[in-house]
Design a protein around this ligand. Structure first.
Ligand code: 13P
Length: 282
């Protein structure tokens, strides 16, 4: 399995972003890798702790390994928003090479200390590490952050954070939130440009669901090289599955009743790859 270093540095150099899609099971992983392969796009398959609790670290690892052998594009399994060091270690031992340790809700000093520890452990396994500075609003797994309490990334602190921790990529808080938005989000592009000026590692945009395409494109032009998308994939899958089952109350074959849901999700994956400009890169 690959880590994320090479694909993110290539994206950074060429001015596009690698999409990171959150998935939960065999079907959602298949939809994503099939479309990424068709479009020749690198892709990151992300799983939160909740996903691994649901499906099993070993199962998800095995599915992504099969996919990355099957297709001739970079496919990276990534631990999204992990907070528990033992779970990270378990995945590293299984062969996962891309990790996000999220200690952004802790004090700055604790964030540095925890992230540094994970970087040392992950690098021994040849894995790369993403960490977050500042706080996003919304909900990720069971974690709810009041939008008003969300704190944006401070550029000067980002320099110090990168230097002290040795991370490979930095998730920035510039006005996005997890989940859908009540009103159109306004990203702080000036802050992003400031951060890019002083931090040279790949920058990550969380909470991209519901952010208008031109805003994501602008963020990419200002240095974002990984774009995280979760909610916007879950919705078409669930809506179409529900619709099919309501319209076909006799349906009982998962091989058939998930078909429309997969197709709808696939279209969103396609549009997000186009948004990231990551097609035909491999
Ligand atoms: P959304 O659910 O808003 O797309 O956020 C995804 C994300 O940032 C995962 O880490």
């Amino acid at each position: 399995m690959n880590n994320s270093k090479e694909i993110l540095l290539k994206a950074q150099k060429e001015g596009y972003a690698v999409p990171a899609f959150n998935c939960h099971n065999l079907e959602t992983i298949q939809v994503i890798v099939e479309m990424a392969n068709e479009m020749r796009s690198p892709v990151i398959i992300a799983g939160t702790p909740g996903t691994f609790d649901y499906a099993g670290r070993d199962y998800i690892q095995a599915i992504v390994e099969v996919a990355s052998k099957k297709y001739n594009i970079p496919i990276v399994l990534h631990l999204d928003h992990h907070t528990d060091i033992d779970s990270i270690e378990e995945s590293l031992e299984l062969g996962t090479k891309s990790v996000m340790i999220d200690a952004s809700h802790r004090s700055y000093d604790d964030n540095v200390k925890i992230v540094k520890e994970v970087v040392e452990m992950a690098h021994k396994h040849g894995a790369t590490v993403e960490a977050e500075l500042g706080m996003l609003g919304g909900q990720e797994d069971d974690l709810i952050v009041d939008e008003k309490d969300s704190k944006y990334t401070n550029p000067a602190q980002a320099v110090d954070f990168v230097k002290k921790t040795g991370i490979d990529s930095l998730a920035v808080a510039i006005g996005t939130a997890h989940g859908l938005y009540k009103e159109e989000p306004k990203l702080d592009f000036e802050r992003l440009a400031e951060i890019r000026k002083v931090v040279d590692i790949p920058l990550v945009l969380h909470g991209a669901s519901g952010v208008p395409e031109e805003q994501v494109r602008k963020a990419i032009s200002l240095g974002i090289t990984k774009v995280n998308i979760a909610t916007e994939l879950k919705i078409p899958f669930s809506d179409n599955l529900r619709k099919y089952l309501v319209e076909h109350p006799e349906a009982n074959d998962p091989r058939k009743y998930m078909s429309d849901a997969k197709k709808a999700m696939s279209e969103v994956v396609k549009s997000k790859i186009l948004m990231c400009m990551s097609e035909n890169r491999y």
